[in-house]
Write a protein that binds this ligand. Structure first.
Ligand SMILES: Nc1ncnc2c1ncn2[C@@H]1O[C@H](COP(=O)(O)OP(=O)(O)O)[C@@H](O)[C@H]1O
Ligand SMILES: C[C@@](O)(CCOP(=O)(O)O)CC(=O)O
Ligand SMILES: [Mg+2]
Length: 338
């Protein structure tokens, strides 16, 4: 039995635009998905994913997609829910050159699903790592990240960036621009997350931005402007001392860029009333800045505040179900049981 866990992330800047080759800076947070992989004698894959619905469900199916699981849930729903785990198993089989490998897989996670904290990337990264290790074919981090990206790319119909998967694999803050992915030194930023209890459909939201961008020049310009503000943010981070607490001037400048980034994302149509309400509650509470994180549509916002004021204000904000401080996860994917 091999167990691996990988972190979720928040976007300091750059989601959506990163899909079109602009840079983005996500940072891993200490909320993790844990995947257990146990090789089987046959070629079946059995998946236990308690968090996938209110009550969770367990499915078992043979290799390949022709033989769908026998569960009391409509097939399209199961396929949608199972897509990322399926894709991770396929990547592990291919990487280990073991097309008929079967597994018992268990997924546990404290990352809310579809909320912009990268639950899909964490499940895929931990899943590929656990499954390849269980087959005795561990991957180096770069290959793991690349295969996890391919899995997301497939499930999201060819609309994914390397940002989430690279960040979850490496941990810390990273910079992603096209296929150029690098960890960056960043000070420990005081992230506060607000969660509306809902979710957004990443594939649909990305497709919406794609259409808007094809249709209107202003939308294409907006995507480019996001790229510009990310480059400004990167310079600020590069000048900061990663070893000491970020000074207030740096937080103020980063926060201003986050506010700007949220406005541009809203212009692209990916915010939501609940996300806007949480962003304003954070700003009113004195946060340095706040923005939605991830695909949007519903889910989470991230704010910068070293005090408790934002977390408290969010907990009293209508539409906010949970607020918490998100610690930077300096370590990416890790082995819990080899
Ligand atoms: N704990 C989990 N168990 C099984 N699948 C999961 C789990 N967490 C996430 N996933 C998969 O990831 C999908 C959500 O990914 P996505 O829409 O990209 O949102 P995000 O990555 O922002 O959380 C879920 O529908 C499911 O397929
Ligand atoms: C919108 C996007 O930039 C980030 C999606 O993040 P999440 O799956 O909502 O956590 C898509 C991508 O980069 O693949
Ligand atoms: Mg995702």
């Amino acid at each position: 039995m091999t167990v691996c866990e990988a972190p979720g992330k928040v976007y300091l800047f750059g989601e959506h635009a990163v899909v079109y080759g602009e840079p983005a800076v996500p940072a891993a947070i200490e909320r993790r998905a844990t995947v257990t992989a146990e090789p089987r004698e046959d070629d079946h894959v059995r998946v236990e994913a308690e968090d996938l619905s209110l009550n969770g469900f367990t499915v078992e199916y043979a290799g390949g997609t022709s033989d769908r699981p026998d569960v009391d849930v409509p097939t399209p729903l199961v396929e949608a829910a199972m897509g990322y785990v399926d894709a991770a198993v396929e990547q592990a089989r291919e990487a280990a050159d073991a097309p008929d490998a079967g597994f018992d897989i268990t997924v546990e996670s404290d990352i809310p699903l579809g909320a912009g904290l990268g639950s899909s990337a964490a499940v895929v990264v931990a899943g590929i790592d656990a499954a390849t290790r269980a087959l005795g074919e561990p991957l180096d981090r770069r290959e793991l990240a690349e295969r996890a990206y391919r899995a997301e790319f497939e499930v999201q119909d060819g609309q994914a960036s390397r940002a989430d998967t690279f960040c979850s694999t490496m941990g810390g803050a990273v910079r992603v621009e096209g296929d150029d992915c690098e960890p960056i030194d960043a000070p420990n930023l005081p992230f506060v997350v607000g969660f509306d209890g809902g979710a957004g459909d990443t594939g649909e939201l990305v497709a919406g931005v794609r259409e808007l961008r094809a249709e209107h020049e202003f939308a294409a310009d907006t995507v480019e402007s996001i790229g510009d503000l990310v480059r400004t943010g990167e310079e600020l981070l590069a000048d900061a001392d990663p070893e000491s607490d970020p000074d207030p001037a740096l937080l103020a400048e980063l926060g201003e860029l986050m506010d700007f980034n949220h406005g541009l994302l809203a212009a692209l149509g990916v915010s939501a009333r609940s996300l806007d309400a949480m962003v304003w509650a954070a700003r009113d509470a004195g946060a340095h800045g706040a923005k939605l994180t991830g695909a949007g549509g519903g889910g989470c916002i991230v704010a910068l505040d070293e005090s408790d004021a934002t977390e408290t204000a969010l907990s009293f904000t209508q539409g906010c179900e949970e607020s918490f401080r998100a610690e930077l996860a300096t370590e990416g994917v890790r082995v819990v049981e080899p």
